[in-house]
Design a protein around this ligand. Structure first.
Ligand code: NAG
Ligand code: NAG
Ligand code: NAG
Length: 454
C-alpha cells in the first residue's frame, strides 16, 4: 500500500471516532435553541389550571389517576454527567450551611432530592426568578444575554434527573420517595405542570391545605404523609407561616442491610466527642471490601455494596484529623476523590447500627446563602399559578437505616482467613456517609453521624 493510501485509511478510521467525541458544552444539551424558542411564550402561558382537592379528602383525584396511564420512561443518559456534578455541588453548598446551623447534630441530605425540588420550582418560574434558579441549578450562561437561547429547558432535565435518582435493582433495600405539593385552597395550579411532575415511579401528591390556621395545617399534613408513606416522623411543621400559600415537602427513606454482618450481643462504646462516650448497638462483619487510607486527605474510606446499583461509603477521619476536616472533602468542586484508588482488602469491620432522621427546611440554608427572597412573595411563578405564590417552606426529610443482615449469612471467619492479613476497623467516633448510584456514581446521600442514637 502506498503511503497516501495508508494515510487515507488512517484518516477514515480516525474521523468517525473524532466526530463521536466532539465536545458539547453541557449548557447546550439542555438549552432552548432558536427553533424551540419560537412561540415559547405561548407554550409557557397558563392555559388550564385546577384547584387541588383537600388534604383531608380520601378520594383519588383524576389528575393522579391519569399518572398510572403514563408509559415507562426510557432511561436518559445524555447529560447525566453534568447533572450529577451540578447536584453534587448544590448539595455541598447546602451541606455547608446545614453544618453551620446544626452544630453537634447528625445531618443527612440528598443532593438529588434538593436538585429535584428546586427544578420543580424552576419549571414554574419566569423572569428573574427563573434566572436565579437556573444559576443555582448550575447553568450560568457565560454571557449576560437575556434572550431565550440563554435559558435551559427544565423539561429536558427532568427525565435525566429521574434516571440518576431512581436506580433500578434496589430490591434488596428499601428506598422510597414521597413528594408533596400543598397549596392554599384559593390557589390555582397549572394542570400540565402538575401532570408532568407526577410520575409512576415516584409518589407525588398535590393537595390543598388551609395555611391560615398553621397548627391545624401542620397536623393535617402530618396525617396525610403518614397515610401515604407509613413514615413515622417527628413533626417538622410546627411553625407554618400563615401568609404562605404553597409548601413543598420531600420524604425519602433509605434502609439497607450490611450483608453478612451480625449484631454484637453487647452495646459498644462510641465517642461523640473527645470527652463524651455513649453505648450504642453495633454490628460486625468480616469480608473483602474496597478500601483506602488516604494520607494526603487524612481519610479512611470503606465501600459497601448494598444493592446491585447502590453502594455506600463510610468515611472516617484519620491522622488525628477532626470531622470538619473530613467534611471539607465534600467540596464545591465535583471531585469524587473519595471514590478513587480503592483496593480490595480483608477487613474486620465494626460499626453502629443506624436509624436516624434528618429534617430541615431548605429555605433556611437558602436564606443563609443570601437567597431568602428567591422563592418568597416577590418571586415570579407565573407558569405554575395565576396567583402570587409565597413559599416559606421546602421540607426535606430523610430517614436512614443500616441494619445487620441475616445471622446465617455470616461467613465462617476461619475458612478464608488463614494467611490473609485482616485489617480491623471500628467506627466508634463521628464519621461520614456517602451513598452513590453505581452506574453514574451520582451522590444520592451525604451525611454525618455524630451520635448514632440521636
Ligand atoms: C387510563 O387509561 C384507561 C384505558 O386506556 C382509560 O379507560 C382511562 O380513562 C384512563 N384514565 C385517565 C384518567 O386518563
Ligand atoms: C413574570 O415574568 C414574566 C416573564 O418575564 C413577565 O411577563 C411577568 O410580568 C412577570 N410577573 C410578575 C408578577 O412579575
Ligand atoms: C492531614 O493532617 C496533617 C497533620 O496530621 C496536616 O498537616 C495536613 O494538612 C492534613 N491534610 C489535609 C488535606 O487536611
Amino acid at each position: 500500500m502506498n503511503p497516501g493510501m495508508s494515510l487515507l485509511c488512517i484518516l477514515m478510521c480516525v474521523i468517525p471516532v473524532g466526530c463521536d467525541r466532539v465536545y458539547v458544552h453541557p449548557f447546550h444539551l439542555f438549552a432552548y435553541n432558536s427553533e424551540s424558542c419560537k412561540g415559547l411564550e405561548d407554550k409557557e402561558r397558563l392555559v388550564k389550571t385546577f384547584v387541588p382537592i383537600s388534604v383531608e379528602s380520601l378520594i383519588t383525584p383524576a389528575y393522579e389517576e391519569s399518572v398510572r396511564n403514563k408509559s415507562e420512561e426510557e432511561p436518559q443518559i445524555l447529560g447525566v454527567d453534568h447533572l450529577k456534578d451540578s447536584a453534587f455541588v448544590l448539595g455541598a453548598r447546602i451541606y455547608r450551611k446545614l453544618v453551620e446551623m446544626h452544630t453537634g447534630e447528625n445531618i443527612l441530605l440528598s443532593p438529588t432530592s434538593i436538585y429535584q425540588s428546586l427544578l420543580i420550582f424552576y419549571l414554574g418560574a419566569s423572569g428573574r426568578t427563573a434566572n436565579d434558579l437556573q444559576s443555582l441549578l448550575g447553568f450560568s450562561f457565560p454571557s449576560d444575554s437575556q434572550d431565550c437561547t440563554s435559558k435551559i429547558d427544565g423539561h429536558k432535565i427532568l427525565p435525566v434527573l429521574r434516571t440518576i435518582s431512581n436506580p433500578s435493582g434496589v430490591d434488596e433495600l428499601l428506598f422510597t420517595k414521597l413528594f408533596c405539593l400543598f397549596s392554599a385552597p384559593n390557589v390555582h395550579l397549572s394542570e400540565s405542570l402538575v401532570h408532568e411532575l407526577a410520575f409512576a415511579d415516584i409518589n407525588f401528591y398535590v393537595r390543598a391545605v388551609d395555611f391560615t390556621n398553621p397548627a391545624q395545617a401542620g397536623e393535617q399534613i402530618d396525617a396525610f404523609v403518614k397515610r401515604k408513606n407509613a413514615h413515622t416522623s417527628k413533626s417538622s411543621l410546627a411553625d407554618i407561616d400563615p401568609a404562605s400559600n404553597l409548601l413543598f415537602a420531600t420524604y425519602t427513606q433509605f434502609k439497607a442491610i450490611v450483608k453478612g454482618a451480625s449484631l454484637l450481643s453487647e452495646p459498644q462504646e462510641f465517642w461523640t466527642d473527645s470527652e463524651r462516650k455513649i453505648s450504642v448497638p453495633m454490628m460486625r462483619v468480616t469480608g473483602n471490601f474496597e478500601h483506602k487510607f488516604d494520607n494526603n486527605r487524612n481519610l479512611s474510606v470503606i465501600r459497601i455494596a448494598v444493592s446491585e446499583s447502590i453502594f455506600l461509603l463510610l468515611l472516617q477521619p484519620i491522622n488525628n484529623e477532626n470531622l470538619a476536616g473530613a467534611e471539607a472533602q465534600y467540596s464545591l468542586e465535583p471531585s469524587y476523590l473519595w471514590l478513587q484508588k480503592l483496593s480490595l482488602r480483608r477487613i474486620d469491620l465494626t460499626l453502629p447500627k443506624l436509624s436516624f432522621e434528618s429534617v430541615y427546611n431548605l429555605q433556611d440554608p437558602l436564606n443563609k446563602m443570601g437567597l431568602s427572597e428567591l422563592l418568597g412573595k416577590s418571586a415570579n411563578f407565573s407558569i405554575m399559578s395565576d396567583v402570587n405564590l409565597n413559599v416559606r417552606k421546602i421540607i426535606n426529610q430523610q430517614r436512614f437505616e443500616l441494619h445487620p443482615g441475616e445471622a446465617d449469612q455470616a461467613e465462617n471467619p476461619t475458612e478464608q482467613n488463614e494467611g490473609v492479613e485482616t485489617l480491623s476497623i471500628t467506627l466508634n467516633k463521628p464519621f461520614l456517609i456517602a451513598v452513590h448510584e453505581k452506574e453514574s456514581s451520582a451522590l444520592l446521600y451525604f451525611g454525618r453521624v455524630i451520635n448514632p442514637l440521636q
